[in-house]
Design a protein around this ligand. Structure first.
Ligand code: TXA
Ligand code: MG
Length: 327
């Protein structure tokens, strides 16, 4: 074995029945990727500065971008955050589920200050995936977990995606197969008692407004209220062209609905739930083979909003990126 290979620790791939290995790694402050219903998370003990710092380092994530804290149940969430009364209908319906709430942090929770990147609030969620639930229950504490991808790259919806991006930088990944939702959680914050949408995601705006019985607000002012919502994100290496009716020469078409000649189709039947579940995996796949990807138009309603949000970010020019010269 070469010296370089010895320096890189092996990243384990754990089966669903190896929760104890993953829990032990979390207990010693190591990093563990695990499936949630949305995307795979890169988890570390949220009370440990060492683990939180290691998450930022493994992802190459800017330290001003705070992490989501994952907990087993509402009781543990309430120990970490002061959840406002307005959150009640959302908690009842989506915890566990693909909804993150941002609320004032409770200092007694002992969360690492790195997790919140200096903010007075914390983003918190109770994931629904059975493996995530078993891991969180066995660990018995809060787990900070951003998506398990190198910062700025496409989010992972399989253990293979995680290993392609982070192998050698984390202790292991719990392999739970593909994530059923396929898009990150929706993030809702509170402006006083008024719920505001901070990030579109796996729960639709329509569903949330239905549960609240009133419209969601937009974030106030010019503050970046979800600091990770930088424009260029979820970026494949391939160039991306959105709203395409057909592929041009040199492009692979990522279809939606009837799309003759499509290399892959998010949902031939035009189903947005199916398209969301396929989005990142198909982007990962086309990114391995095509230099340019054209994407069919996606209706901007329901889950289509979050899909279009991710596609716009994936298509945005990046500084220093191979196709940053695009206007
Ligand atoms: O579905 C998900 O949410 C996945 C899985 C793993 O749970 N996690 C995820 O984490 O997408 P990440 O780190 O990729 O995105 C977290 C987002 C970032 O945009 C971050 O800025 C925002 O949450 N965030 C975290 N703490 C916040 C806070 N206190 N206030 C506002 N936004 C916050
Ligand atoms: Mg992410």
């Amino acid at each position: 074995m070469s010296e370089a290979a010895q320096d890189i620790p092996m990243t384990a791939r754990w089966r669903p029945d190896q929760i104890e290995e993953a829990t032990a790694a979390l207990r010693r402050g190591a990093l563990v990727a695990f499936p949630t219903e949305t995307v795979y998370g890169l988890g570390g003990d949220a009370r440990s500065d060492k683990a939180a710092a290691a998450i930022f380092a493994a992802k190459g994530r800017p330290s001003f971008n705070p992490l989501i804290v994952h907990v087993a149940d509402e009781a543990m969430a309430a120990r970490c955050a002061d959840l406002p009364g307005a959150a009640r209908p959302l908690i009842e319906r989506w915890w566990p589920g693909p909804l993150t709430l941002v609320a004032p942090v409770r200092p007694e929770a002992g969360l690492s200050r790195l997790v919140g990147a200096g903010l007075p609030t914390v983003a918190i969620r109770v994931p629904a995936h059975p493996l995530a639930r078993r891991l969180l229950a066995a660990f018995g504490g809060p787990v900070a977990a951003p998506s398990a991808n190198p910062s700025g790259r496409i989010s992972p919806t399989t253990a293979d995606h995680v290993l392609a991006g982070l192998s050698g930088r984390i202790a292991g990944v719990l392999d739970g197969g593909p994530c059923p939702v396929g898009l990150e959680s929706t993030i809702v914050g509170f402006d006083g008692d008024r719920p505001v949408m901070l990030r579109e995601g796996g729960v639709t705006r329509e569903e949330i407004e239905d549960a609240l019985g009133r419209p969601l607000g937009a974030p106030e002012g010019r503050d970046v209220t979800a600091p990770g919502q930088l424009l260029s994100h979820y970026a494949p290496n391939a160039r991306l062209r959105l709203g395409a009716d057909a592929a041009r020469v040199g492009e692979a078409l990522l279809g939606f609905g009837p799309a003759p000649g499509a290399a892959l189709n998010l949902s031939p039947a035009g189903d947005l739930t199916e398209a969301a579940a396929n989005l990142f995996a198909m982007l990962h796949e086309l990114d391995r083979t095509a230099a340019a990807i054209a994407v069919s138009p996606i209706p901007d309603r329901g889950l289509g909003r979050a899909i279009n949000d991710r596609l716009r970010r994936a298509a945005a020019p990046r500084q220093g990126a191979p196709h940053a010269e695009r206007s």
